[in-house]
Design a protein around this ligand. Structure first.
Ligand code: PHE
Ligand code: ZN
Length: 878
């Protein structure tokens, strides 16, 4: 058991820092075993703070202090105290120069926070509180300073030396070492500090900003990856241009550097002028990366670039405001990707993610508002709620303000708060001032946990031609999160006539000409009724177009209505959503009644979608993809693990039986005709072709296996290869083993591709999946110490293979418990993330509940537990 319960940090306890730091000069003597860090901090009392006990508390963890001096005078032991997480200096002057020197050990750093080794490189990760593992500091985002960094290292092992800001000279020290100096003129919080040292290949390009400044762009990768950088560089230039055009934001330094590293806990990090990336979000060639990988790279490169204004120039006052930078930046990268590719496809993908990850989080024991009120370990709050729901809150404000007013509001935000550490209120106040609107009620969205439910009922008055829609909103209160009252919800709707055309949306009280097409209703009360007048026949409502708010809608559509919307809604997102609702409803019926028939109308609707040659293949593929097992489970009070799997497999089988010829034709018609292209159209064709192949493989038909094997062996691009490999592995037998073997021999030297080899086996629906995963733990290429490898095997099994992970005997849970305990001493962040696969334990049958609870209790009983895992385990048990 965790003996000293770690403290909870509360938003309400926020106090401004007692001291400020104006300048930081750092000097590193870099070495993998022992690195020395000298810090010179120009400090003064904060005039805006209340005076404490006169002591200065600096954050520091795992540091070996060698020297401490104030204004050049070394401190005697009586004047300071070293604690396990702090350096406390007694009675310091109001303004002074603090000097410290510490030793740290990058090679022993398996948590990948602070300065660590990845392969032969040295690199840093400081968000959220990694800087305190590098030097003693006021490690909080509202302390912003200008940094100068000097790096000293062996020339042979570390020929490239990088830090934040602009380069400010290099020197050969003559003794086999060299030195590089970097100056960052923009004040920044410590979490944006970074350095990288190593033998790196450089890919160089340039960008001229709108005002004519020349920026050097450089990508650094390990030498063997030199030919996988084009896409990332192209994406960066597109993002830079887009931010100028859409937000009027220009880049500000002379250089923009991106380094790809093999060991990284997250996707990437926006350190000022020196982004450090998980290699997965940089490296791509058509033969090594899938279409989804390419899109992921474009999005993450843009995301980190956009942070330069939303996060770096303007940062967060405290970590409770995390969504200020993350929600807004996710919204920005989503819009960028929508502009670069297909808007509807992007929206569908984003809503899928929100429903798959954020809705369950918001319904479980780890639910928290977009702006949390408390935490034990901030690393546990880099969540789908803070990121993806946070982005939805910004999206709703854009909808409420309209694009032009929103742009004026962001202009105001950027001028007013440049160089400052601010709060979510500061952001919303800019929205209010630019629009003249009152967003007081809207602010509840930031404090209210849980997904609101919107129940819609309607009524048709044929005599008067009046159609009435009534909306009732409710957010289920939970123990920790009371309901704050009704939310301000923008609901975009349309009304369709019998031919599927949008009707004018005239409300009785309207004075101006009403919109035809889409109208945004603003719900503010628990219940709201709208009377649409001047209608000739009962319309079909299209509700929550474009997913205009992160809510669940309950409306009693008939199957015919859904098929009608699927075919006719002018809103592309809602056409897809109607198909999802229809399939979900049928699947849930099949779970309850395994013998129920698949209605003819359903098959016909799927046939129409599959063979509609006018429609975008990418959208057709989305429509034909059945809701995931996890998503279906979320709709049930008690998840029927095996019933869901059986129903979904059975429905695929039934669809195949009815549409085999159509799937064959779709497969043939959408093969790449010419060379590989990365256009949205080509991506869409591959998606539909591989979806068709997936259905064709559903009954293990020999002809389909041949098709699949041929596609695998042709090996023209990774999208097609991995799709075929996954299907072969699901089918099992000799063809699967041969393909796995071929793939391994071809790609064992490429870690990112090898991750896919582990992942397809972990995701396999074969009954022996867990046995295979356990055997793979012992594979020479497996290691818990690489987060990508860990995610591809253990993470995929526990999160993306529900039927095997939730096996009734509890073996999957025991497997997870073992891994969490093994991982926690090495990398608490990864251990805690993995443990979250048990968050929804209360939604299972008593037997499974007991087995999951046993693992949670076993973990909580461990002698030494990180704060990360302690917080998740204790809150999950509740
Ligand atoms: N701030 C990073 C991003 O959103 C994510 C991150 C958080 C990376 C913490 C590392 C550590 O882009
Ligand atoms: Zn981010």
């Amino acid at each position: 058991m965790y003996r000293n319960t770690p403290p909870t940090i509360h938003l309400k306890d926020y106090r401004p820092p007692e001291f400020l730091i104006d300048r930081v000069e750092l000097r590193f003597e870099l070495d993998a075993e022992v690195t020395r860090v000298e810090a010179l901090l120009q400090m003064r009392r904060n005039p805006a703070a209340t005076r404490g006990d006169g002591d200065l508390h600096l954050d520091g963890e795992q540091l070996e202090l060698e020297h401490v001096a104030i204004d050049g005078r070394p401190l005697p032991p009586a004047e300071y105290r070293v604690e396990s997480e702090a350096l406390i200096l007694h009675h310091v002057p109001d303004r002074f120069r603090l000097e410290t020197r510490v030793r740290i050990h990058p090679m022993l750093n398996t948590a990948l926070e602070g300065l660590y080794q990845s392969g032969t490189l040295l690199c840093t990760q400081c968000e959220a509180q990694g800087f305190r593992r590098i030097t003693y500091f006021l490690d909080r985002p509202d302390v912003m300073a200008c940094y100068t960094t000097t790096l000293v290292a062996d020339k042979g092992r570390y020929p490239v030396l990088l830090a934040n800001g602009n380069p400010a000279g290099t020197e050969d020290l003559g003794d086999g070492r060299h030195l590089a100096r970097w100056e960052d003129p923009f004040p920044k919080p410590s979490y944006l500090f970074a350095l990288v040292a190593g033998d790196l290949h450089e890919v160089a390009d340039r960008f001229t900003t709108a005002s004519g400044r020349d920026v050097a762009l450089r990508l650094y990768v390990e030498p063997e990856n030199h030919d996988k950088c084009d896409h990332a560089m192209r994406s960066l230039k597109k993002a830079m241009r887009w931010d100028e055009e859409r937000y009027g934001r220009e880049y500000d330094l002379d250089v923009y550097l991106i380094v790809a590293v093999g060991h990284f806990n997250m996707g990437a990090m926006e350190n000022k002028g020196l982004n450090v990336f998980n290699a997965k979000y940089v490296l791509a060639r058509p033969d090594t990366a899938t279409d989804q990988d390419f899109l992921g790279i474009e999005g993450v490169i843009a995301h980190e670039y956009f942070h330069n204004w939303t996060g770096n120039r303007i940062t967060c006052r405290d970590w409770f405001q995390l969504s200020l930078k993350e929600g807004f930046t996710v919204y920005r990268d989503q819009e960028f990707s929508a502009d670069m590719g297909s808007r509807d496809v992007k929206r569908i993908a984003d809503v899928r993610t929100l429903r798959a990850r954020q809705f369950p989080e918001d319904a479980g024991p780890l639910a928290h508002p977009v702006r949390p009120e408390s935490y034990i370990e901030i690393n546990n709050f880099y969540t789908a709620t803070v990121y993806e729901k946070g982005a939805e809150l910004v999206r709703m404000q854009v909808l409420l303000l309209g694009p032009e007013v929103f742009r004026r509001a962001t202009d105001l935000y950027f001028t007013r708060h440049d160089g400052a550490a601010v709060t979510i209120e500061d952001f919303v106040r800019c929205m209010e001032e630019a629009s003249g609107r009152d967003l007081t009620q809207f602010m509840r969205w930031y404090s209210q946990a849980g997904t609101p439910e919107l129940t819609v009922t309607d009524d048709w008055d044929a005599a008067d031609g009046v159609y009435t829609l009534t909306f009732r909103q409710q957010t289920a209160p939970s123990a920790n999160h009371p309901s704050l009252g009704p939310l301000h919800i923008p609901v975009a709707i349309g009304l369709l006539d019998g031919a599927g055309r949008d009707l004018p949306l005239r409300i009785a009280e309207d004075t101006a000409e009403p919109p035809s097409g889409t109208r945004v209703l603003e719900l503010r009360r628990e219940e709201a009724t709208y009377r649409f007048v001047g209608l000739r026949a009962r319309p079909v409502p299209s509700l929550l177009r474009g997913f205009s708010a992160p809510v669940r809608v309950r409306y009693d559509y008939s199957d015919d209505d859904l098929m009608f919307l699927m075919a006719h809604d002018s809103d592309g997102f809602n056409r897809w959503d109607a198909a999802q609702t229809l399939a979900q409803r049928l699947l849930l019926r099949l779970v309850a009644e395994p013998e129920a028939a698949v209605p003819e109308g359903f098959v016909a609707a799927f046939r129409r979608a599959l063979t509609d040659h006018e429609a975008d293949p990418a959208l057709r593929a989305e429509v034909l993809k059945l809701p995931s097992e996890a998503h279906l489970g979320e709709q049930m009070a008690i998840v029927d693990v095996d019933g869901i799997h059986r129903a979904r497999e059975g429905l695929k089988q039934a669809i195949l039986a009815a549409l085999r010829d159509e799937f064959r034709a779709a497969y043939e018609d959408h093969r790449d005709a010419g060379p590989y292209e990365l256009t949205p159209a080509a991506i869409g064709r591959r998606a539909l072709k591989n979806l068709a192949l997936g259905y064709l493989m559903q009954d293990g038909d020999a002809e389909a296996v041949d098709l699949c094997t041929a596609q695998f062996e042709a090996g023209t691009n990774m999208t097609d290869v991995i799709a075929a490999l996954g299907l072969l592995v699901d089918a099992g037998g000799a063809p699967a083993e041969r393909a796995l073997d071929t793939f391994y021999r071809r790609w064992s030297g490429d870690p990112l591709v090898l991750d896919k080899w582990f992942a397809v086996q972990a995701a396999s629906k074969r009954p022996d999946a867990l046995a295979r995963v356990e055997a793979l733990l012992g594979h020479e290429a497996f290691t818990l110490r690489n987060p990508n490898r860990l995610r591809s095997l253990v993470g995929v099994f526990c999160n993306l293979n529900p039927v095997r992970f939730h096996a009734a005997d509890g073996a999957g849970y025991r497997f997870l418990g073992d891994r969490v305990l093994e991982l926690d001493p090495l990398n608490p962040q990864m251990a805690s993330r993995l443990l979250q696969a048990l968050a929804r334990w209360r939604c299972y049958d008593p037997d499974r509940q007991a087995r999951m609870r046993a693992q949670l209790e076993r973990i909580l009983d461990a002698v030494e537990l990180s704060k990360d895992v302690y917080e998740v385990a204790s809150k999950t048990l509740g």
